[in-house]
Unconditional design. Structure first.
Length: 226
């Protein structure tokens, strides 16, 4: 589980967030209705709820309420920990929330075509529409100073689906939220892909910006065993 430590050190030294690339999402073995369907046995739904600046939460964490409160506008971080699905800190309006999720399985293929993930992640954005798309990006903090030292070249960039004809569809964002693609030579392309928790000594996180959108739903759905 630490096979990329040296490579990641190189990535952090050379990495710059440039040329955000648009990639089509791979649909894994999961083909449920409405783009995601129910989470089913072993699955999990997480709601990211946007709150205005200045609103205070009376119970900000240590709960498993299946929701994390994020700023309605502006960036925040959701720190990721390996283990059974669960919310560890529900208040990300103070800049940091915490979420626990299982190791997703090996994913070292740059093109994401040979990855063997144990579950998929889907997202849809609902509620009051904001000024832009919902953004999430997987990053790492290598020294524990609370600053992202490297982020994936890939980003979740999803519009609000409220009122969309045919229903609010889920989008598969497994590659963006369960893996990181590093641009080692700073040419705007992915040079190496690793799954989250590939190195247990690194703090993985999601940089998140609701851009004024009230609600994002994440569904984690186990991949059926062949």
């Amino acid at each position: 589980m630490q096979k990329t430590t040296k490579i990641l050190s190189l990535a952090v030294a050379m990495f710059a967030i440039v040329g955000m690339m648009g990639f089509s999402n791979q649909v894994l073995a999961v083909k449920p209705g409405n783009g995601a369907g129910g989470v089913g046995s072993g699955g999990y739904q997480l709601n990211l709820i946007g709150m205005e600046s200045g609103n205070k939460l009376t119970n900000d964490g240590g709960n498993n309420g299946h929701r994390i409160f994020v700023p309605l506008d502006g960036p925040t971080k959701i720190l990721l920990y390996q283990g059974p699905f669960g919310v560890l800190d529900a208040d990300a309006t103070d800049g940091t929330g915490k979420f626990q999720l299982p190791y997703p399985g090996d994913c070292s293929d740059i093109d994401f075509t040979q990855c063997e993930l144990l579950y998929a992640v889907y997202i849809r954005v609902l509620g009051t529409k904001g000024s832009g798309n919902y953004h999430m990006q997987t990053c790492v903090d290598t020294d524990g100073d609370g600053i992202s030292d490297a982020c994936s070249t890939e980003m979740v960039d999803v519009p609000n689906a409220t009122g969309t004809k045919g229903g609010a569809k889920f989008t598969n964002v497994s590659r963006e939220l369960l893996t990181i693609c590093y641009d080692l030579d700073l040419n705007g392309t992915c040079d190496i892909r690793t799954e989250i928790f590939d190195d247990e000594n690194i703090q993985y996180l999601w940089e998140t910006d609701a851009n004024g959108n009230r609600l994002a739903q994440l569904r984690f759905i186990p991949t059926p065993v062949a």
